[in-house]
Design a protein around this ligand. Sequence first.
Ligand SMILES: [Zn+2]
Length: 193
Amino acid sequence: MPRVCCDRCGRPQGHCLCGLIPNLQSRTRVLVLQHPSEAGHALNTARLAVLGLANAELVVGERFDASLWQRPGYRPCLLFPGEPEPSTEPDDSPRLLIVPDGTWRKARLLLHLNPTLAALPRVSLSATGPSNYRLRKAPGPGALATVEAIVQALEQLEAPAQFTDLLKPFDALIEGQIRAMGAETYARNHQRQ
Ligand SMILES: [Zn+2]
């Protein structure tokens, strides 16, 4: 029997999360660069984040044209550990926050394949809170789902604005998956290729 999925959130019919997805405004524009191996994944949390933000975009690929982040009026920066933005930055224009989406290995690969991306100023998360990301093997300590990383980055850049509503469909997704089949079965069925 073919599985019919929601066009918008990608979840199977009957498990559509669209009703929980907010429509939040942000000063920062979010650009998710998604590795193709993430695109069809059951837990595509970057997609949920982008759907919930009015000023956000998701592009799937391995090599990206720099015109994607050379957007007039915005300062591009990369959400990835590394040299932070210079603190003497006189420019107060909004940021274009580029979020590589994939495992750490895939994210590093994206940077390697896109040197102009790797050369951008970095934004790192100052303190990573507890993750609700229980179902996928964490790539490292303090690892967050992409939607969680986006929420933390936006709250860091735009304090005191709150973006936790973005997590509602994600939390429901996690709870639903656990309820439906149990974490062990889930891990067996959804291991990465
Ligand atoms: Zn949906």
